[in-house]
Design a protein around this ligand. Structure first.
Ligand SMILES: Nc1ncnc2c1ncn2[C@@H]1O[C@H](COP(=O)(O)OP(=O)(O)O)[C@@H](O)[C@H]1O
Ligand SMILES: O=C(OP(=O)(O)O)[C@H](O)COP(=O)(O)O
Length: 382
């Protein structure tokens, strides 16, 4: 795979930098931006000219990336412009007019329907912003889109150190280990269930579902989950939840007997068979065997990860997360938190991966579609 670190960069070279700057506009967490600074600096210090492409996806109505440009200006110590257009002749002109050693952030790639469809015409227009692509943005490495995979049909691609660091970081959490292994899968995105639950229940000793993963499993067990969040692919998650429950797994899957449910400002703890209509699950109550498993994790010095918050932590439902995090932070435990909102919301000083879905894809398959696209120089496979 072509690596940015091996590529000679000459003054004036024109680069597209495909980044994963999908962070909340309040910049409460900047890990995803900070991770890419050394690669950007390498190009800029060599006199390269950089057109940055990123998406802004899952933060309410946020559509602009100007907050990121302001932050980059601050961290890189030179003005990073912000241009809303990214696929027009005007955008290409501005990219060509960049001075050596400077960067401009172009607008949200997700504004185009063709980004997620990996439309070759959109990719061709993105490609007009440079002569080579630095493929960063590990958090979107599971998405073969126009700006990170399709564009490689038109320009040579070089994987960044930020991505290679994540791949190396994840290695110890892949596959079966003789270390006691605990995985927490929560949050709201489908990948936590359709990739994470499916793969990790075969490889880990304990799986603790929360969020949509738990809600899907409870549905698969025949429970009515009231108004609980079912995410963006309820049927797909239900199908995988049923399949996982219907087969033999290495993991013991923690299905709580009680959950905390909310409606409006009210909250109460109920049995999973008795979730009232209109109420939604906000947290789970750990069973005694899970507390024993966490004691073993600490005693044995095992490995653990959280991909997706297990509860609505930011809304104040914190009990399960605090018990899990206390064990994960113990000396001797190797624990990793993965994903944008997970890292932003949970109090954690330890190791993190900027990818949620991407990290799970990598753990499940040993690669990601965008890494494959850099290898083959085409648009990837999914
Ligand atoms: N039971 C739940 N119901 C609704 N939302 C939940 C629940 N548990 C967790 N969440 C939400 O999931 C979000 C994180 O989901 P996700 O986007 O999948 O994670 P990440 O960005 O880390 O990959 C958090 O903002 C949290 O509030
Ligand atoms: O936030 C992201 O992924 P994550 O929530 O799986 O960590 C990435 O920016 C990918 O976003 P997407 O899941 O909207 O394609």
């Amino acid at each position: 795979m072509n690596r940015l670190r091996d590529k000679e960069i000459r003054p004036g070279d024109r680069w597209v930098y495909s980044a994963g700057f999908n962070v909340a506009p309040d910049l409460r967490d900047t890990v995803r931006i900070d991770a890419e600074l050394p690669d950007l600096e390498r190009i800029l210090h060599a006199g390269g000219r950089v057109a940055i492409l990123s998406h802004q996806g899952s933060h309410g109505d946020a559509d602009e990336l100007d907050h990121v440009a302001a932050y980059l200006t601050d961290r890189l110590g030179s003005a990073v412009g912000y241009v809303r257009d990214n696929d027009t002749a005007g955008a290409a002109r501005l990219a060509r007019a960049l001075r050596p050693g400077t960067a401009t952030l172009f607008g949200n790639t997700r504004r185009h329907a063709g980004e997620q469809r990996n439309d070759p015409e959109l990719a061709r227009r993105f490609a007009a912003l440079g002569d080579a692509v630095a493929v960063g943005g590990f958090s979107k490495a599971h998405r073969a889109h126009a700006s990170n995979a399709g564009i490689l049909r038109f320009l040579p691609g070089y994987v960044t150190d930020s991505v290679l660091r994540e791949v190396a970081l994840l290695e110890p959490w892949a596959g079966v280990s003789d270390r006691f292994s605990v995985a927490v899968l929560g949050g709201v995105k489908r990948e936590k269930t359709v990739i994470g639950l499916d793969a990790v229940s075969r490889a880990y000793d304990v799986v603790v579902p929360g969020g949509v993963v738990l809600n899907s499993l409870l549905r698969a067990l025949g429970h009515d989950v009231g108004a609980s969040d079912l995410g963006d692919d309820p049927d797909g998650c239900l199908r995988v939840a049923r399949a996982v429950l219907g087969r033999a797994n290495r993991a013991r899957i923690h299905i709580p007997r009680h959950v905390v449910v909310t409606r409006g400002g009210a909250a109460r703890t109920v049995a999973v068979e008795q979730i009232p209509p209109g109420w939604s699950i906000a947290d789970l109550v750990p069973l005694p065997w899970l507390r024993d498993a966490l004691t073993r994790l600490v005693g044995d010095g095992g490995r653990a990860f959280i991909a997706g918050t297990p509860c609505r932590y930011a809304a104040g439902f914190r009990d399960s997360a605090e018990q899990l995090l206390a064990a994960f932070a113990a000396p001797g435990v190797d624990a990793l938190l993965m994903g944008g909102d997970t890292i932003a919301e949970l109090p954690w000083e330890g190791r993190v991966s900027t990818g949620g879905g991407a990290a799970l894809h990598f753990l499940a398959h040993g690669t990601c579609p965008v890494l494959d696209a850099v290898r083959t120089g085409s648009e990837g496979t999914t």
